[in-house]
Design a protein around this ligand. Structure first.
Ligand SMILES: [Zn+2]
Length: 249
């Protein structure tokens, strides 16, 4: 090593580089979380607030509960969208086929049901790339598990031609609530254009759905597939309004 090289403060440069990388990582994670999940800017969210349609959506299926959900939807003449995961499709292939035959929407909820921040970037690429209709014509939606974003989620979705799809009303059917109370809580928040998040799996959901669909009809609101709503990109102002609700409970 020549005298000039010895004078270069390598250790300090390395520490600075590591600090810079850590700062970029923290900044990227925060940006992904707050801008991506919290505000949802650029993702698909609620549709026309002046119309008479809402979208009912189910995450995590298909499951042994799917036929019950389909029966309730059919009884009310309602459309819905199922955001399915690869393991659930593999475990419940017959239920997946029933959703398809009933004409409901089928979209992706991940190759694994894992939060984006628990996946290495190359695994998140595969997570976003998987879609139950990947071999058919798009458009294709991807709803990240837990709404979770990494610094790469939006980039990967854009490169893979996936539209990130979020929601504005939660059914909270993963809690131990009574179906009538849960349905009333949804109806208290729902507006024309709302995208309602429910789950394909919990025991409470079919009864909740039955009461919810009756309540929506009583208010003149029609439950349709997410692509029939249609969902709209979340803009600057709508994103700002989402932020306090995303972090307020
Ligand atoms: Zn999920």
């Amino acid at each position: 090593m020549g005298p000039w090289l010895q004078r270069v403060p390598w250790r300090r440069l390395l520490v600075r580089a590591a600090q810079g990388a850590a700062g970029l990582t923290v900044g990227g994670v925060l940006a992904g979380e707050v801008l991506g999940r919290g505000a949802g800017w650029g993702a698909l969210g609620p549709g026309d607030r002046a119309g008479n349609r809402v979208a009912v959506t189910f995450d995590d299926g298909p499951s042994e509960r799917t036929p019950e959900l389909l029966a309730v939807l059919a009884r009310h003449g309602a459309g819905a969208t199922f955001y399915v995961t690869r393991p659930a499709v593999q475990a419940n292939a017959a239920a997946f086929q029933l959703i398809r035959e009933a004409g409901h929407g089928l979209e992706a909820h991940g190759r694994w049901h894992r939060h984006a921040l628990t996946l290495w970037p190359w695994r998140e690429w595969a997570q976003v790339a998987w879609h139950p209709r990947a071999r058919e014509a798009g458009p294709w939606q991807y709803r990240p598990p837990y709404g979770g974003h990494s610094p790469f989620t939006r980039l990967f979705a854009a490169l893979l031609e996936r539209q990130v799809a979020l929601w504005d009303v939660e059914g909270r059917d993963w809690t131990a609530g009574e179906p009538g109370a849960l349905a009333r809580a949804v109806l208290a928040q729902v507006q024309p254009g709302s995208v309602i998040l429910l789950h394909d799996g919990p025991a409470v959901t079919p009864a909740l759905l039955d009461e919810l669909l009756a309540g929506l009809a009583a208010r003149g609101l029609r439950a349709v597939r997410a692509d029939e709503l249609p969902m709209r990109r979340i803009g600057l102002r709508a994103g700002l309004r989402r932020l306090p609700r995303s972090y307020g409970r």
